[in-house]
Design a binder for this molecule. Sequence first.
Ligand code: PGA
Length: 263
Amino acid sequence: MEIIIQPTYARLAEVAAEIIRDALLKKPNLVLGLATGSTPIGVYEALVQMHRTDRLDFSNVTTFNLDEYVGIPPDHPYSYHTFMRTHLFNLINIPVENYHIPQSTVVGHAEFCERYEAAIVDAGGIDIQVLGIGRDGHIGFNEPSSSLGSRTRIKTLTRGTLEANASHFGGTVDTVPKMAITMGVGTIMEAKQCLLLASGGPKAEAIANAVEGPITAEVPASVLQMHPRAVVIIDDAAASQLKRVDYYKQVYANKLELLSRDG
Ligand code: PGA
């Protein structure tokens, strides 16, 4: 794993956006896997800025979102459809037919999940998958105990996840959708590169478990230790429970030095 530790959330968001920008400049028809939640918002802001000021072109980009709640309409103010349109899709030049978000209804979900997986394969697979992490170590909505080989399916959300998202749904756990459609851990692992983002002290334990703990379905993000190109981009606060912070910082400093020597 490559561990990039930045002093602030703003810097980690910039670093992640720069990785995406550099990949997009090399491959205009990049296939991106995208995440919702508070953590990627700064990344999307940086990409929108690059689109506005540097004309970063998303017209040939295809995207697949990780997940969506089941049982709320796509135009619900806190659906992930609304989130993505508000924070990214309406602000860049991606054609509407190029972005994909799991459907929020339960009707025909098994067929939908199969089609979603097939669409990812048809697009050539995901080049870069953006990931947040839950305090319980979930990625997407793959809660602890999710099979590390799981595919896109419906998952029941844990009490902790319902509580973390309650503020969006009137403040009580009872009003948060209880289930979500999510890409599986196995689906995520097929992305060519994964960017795991985390900011703030409340994520420090999950990051320590994911990066330095055993690989276990109890911490779904820990499976990224097996991914050949997993990049963990975090701020100092989220890194605060890692044992080898100094080493990770040295590794990254050496990488930047080598890159600068290459010109
Ligand atoms: P957050 O959510 O970015 O809002 O902290 C991350 C997650 O639960 O996956």
